[in-house]
Ligand binder design. Structure first.
Ligand code: MLT
Length: 391
């Protein structure tokens, strides 16, 4: 038996596990201190009424012989794929049902999709980046090259003709920086991918936070994208499914063999998302569901405004927050991002995510999420103000 030695090239633990461990250690040593968690992008509002009621009905169906369902289609039920298809039409994107694959979330699919690509491909990732893109390729031993996302390019790097890559990751609205590509910005990447015969893996998990409809929700709003891009999306951040698990991946037929290969992969290694969960996800697209999730999204948008207002008051520079649940701020006094993490945890028990965990260009930056409760967000900002502005 030989081990996959590529694992020895990974950091010892996944970024959010490292943070959880540090926070748990602090909390065990200081049980009387109230910790406010604005670190991992986990939602706090419950599932909306439309989703809960659809799931309850589905549970009832499962308890009756005539409506009980066993294995479902591995790639998802048509009722959910049709709801997604109609949602894309709102952005003038036409998809076929069999281009949509329902899954248990974007994170799994972003890792699993790599089954379709040879080890001998060069991967291009922006730095800083969601660590899953890097770690899953390190596990496979693939060569990774980086493109700098920094203050100079507003964390929206344009393609560099001198870099040759086969697999390109783009996340917009971006995790961790909150930056959003315009249609022109994305078009440059689509053109570059086509010229290089490369594939773009487009992570649209945060698209629902966009309120300016001149900004693209989907890469398929860009001409040519169906010839070079796979899109990943999720109900986690849109509708509070982080614990419920449901997402989807779009693999257009125009990508040639990839659509059939992904079907083959999913039917072999995956048995589909539970019927009950898919009925819940379908309800997200009903008029009531849309209204209710919009109320929740607005709640998080308000939190982002509260965070931004405090940072403005303190004169701390930040990015994101407008069309994203992430606020990407510059650590004060040139502190390193892990020092700032420790400083906030030890002094005021506010948890964020150190930018360095997302790559070298994240050093000196820090990510806060707007997914907390309003009360906790206000309290965290009060503590930050006292420690940093008045301290
Ligand atoms: C994050 O905090 O970056 C996200 O929660 C990660 C994820 O969605 O897996």
């Amino acid at each position: 038996m030989k081990l996959n030695e590529n694992y020895s090239n990974l950091k010892e633990s996944y970024l959010f596990s490292t943070i959880a461990k540090k926070v748990n250690e602090f909390s065990t040593a200081n049980p009387d201190k109230k910790i406010i968690r604005l670190g991992i992008g986990d939602v706090t509002l419950p599932l909306c009424k439309a989703v809960v009621s659809a799931m309850k009905s589905a549970v009832d169906e499962m308890g009756v012989q005539s409506t009980f369902r066993g294995y479902g289609p591995e790639q998802g039920y048509d009722f959910l794929k049709n709801a997604i298809k109609n949602y894309y039409l709102e952005h003038n994107v036409e998809l076929e049902s069999d281009e949509i694959f329902i899954s248990d979330g974007a994170k799994s699919d972003l890792g699993n999709i790599l089954d379709l690509f040879d080890k001998d491909n060069t991967v291009l990732v922006p730095d800083p980046v969601y660590p899953v893109y890097v770690d899953t390729n390190v596990m496979a031993g693939r060569k990774i090259v980086y493109i700098n996302a920094n203050e100079e390019n507003n964390f929206l790097p344009a393609p560099d003709k001198n870099i040759k890559a086969d697999i390109i990751y783009i996340c917009s609205p971006n995790n961790p920086t909150g930056a959003v590509y315009t249609k022109d910005g994305l078009k440059q990447w689509v053109d570059y991918a086509i010229q290089n015969n490369a594939v773009i893996l487009f992570d649209a998990a945060y698209e629902a936070f966009i309120t300016d409809n001149s900004l693209p929700h989907s890469i398929y709003e860009i001409e040519g994208a169906k010839n070079c891009a796979i899109e990943f999306c999720s109900f986690s951040k849109t509708a509070g499914f982080t614990g419920t698990r449901c997402g989807y991946t779009v693999v257009p037929h125009s990508l040639g063999k990839l659509n059939k290969m992904w079907l083959r992969r999913q039917t072999t290694k995956f048995n589909g998302v539970p019927y009950i969960v898919q009925r819940g996800a379908e309800a997200v697209f009903t008029p009531e569901g849309r209204k209710e999730i919009e109320t929740n999204l607005n709640y998080y948008r308000e939190n982002a405004k509260i965070i931004a207002a405090t940072l403005d008051e303190c004169g701390i520079k930040y990015f994101g927050g407008k069309y994203s649940p992430y606020i990407w701020l510059k650590c004060p006094d040139n502190m390193s991002s892990w020092d700032f993490f420790d400083y906030l945890l030890t002094n005021i028990q506010v948890v964020g995510t150190p930018g360095e965990g997302f790559g070298k260009n994240g050093e000196g930056f820090f990510r806060l999420t707007s997914f907390g409760s309003k009360e906790n967000t206000i309290e965290a900002m009060r503590r930050i103000k006292t420690l940093i502005c008045n301290g």
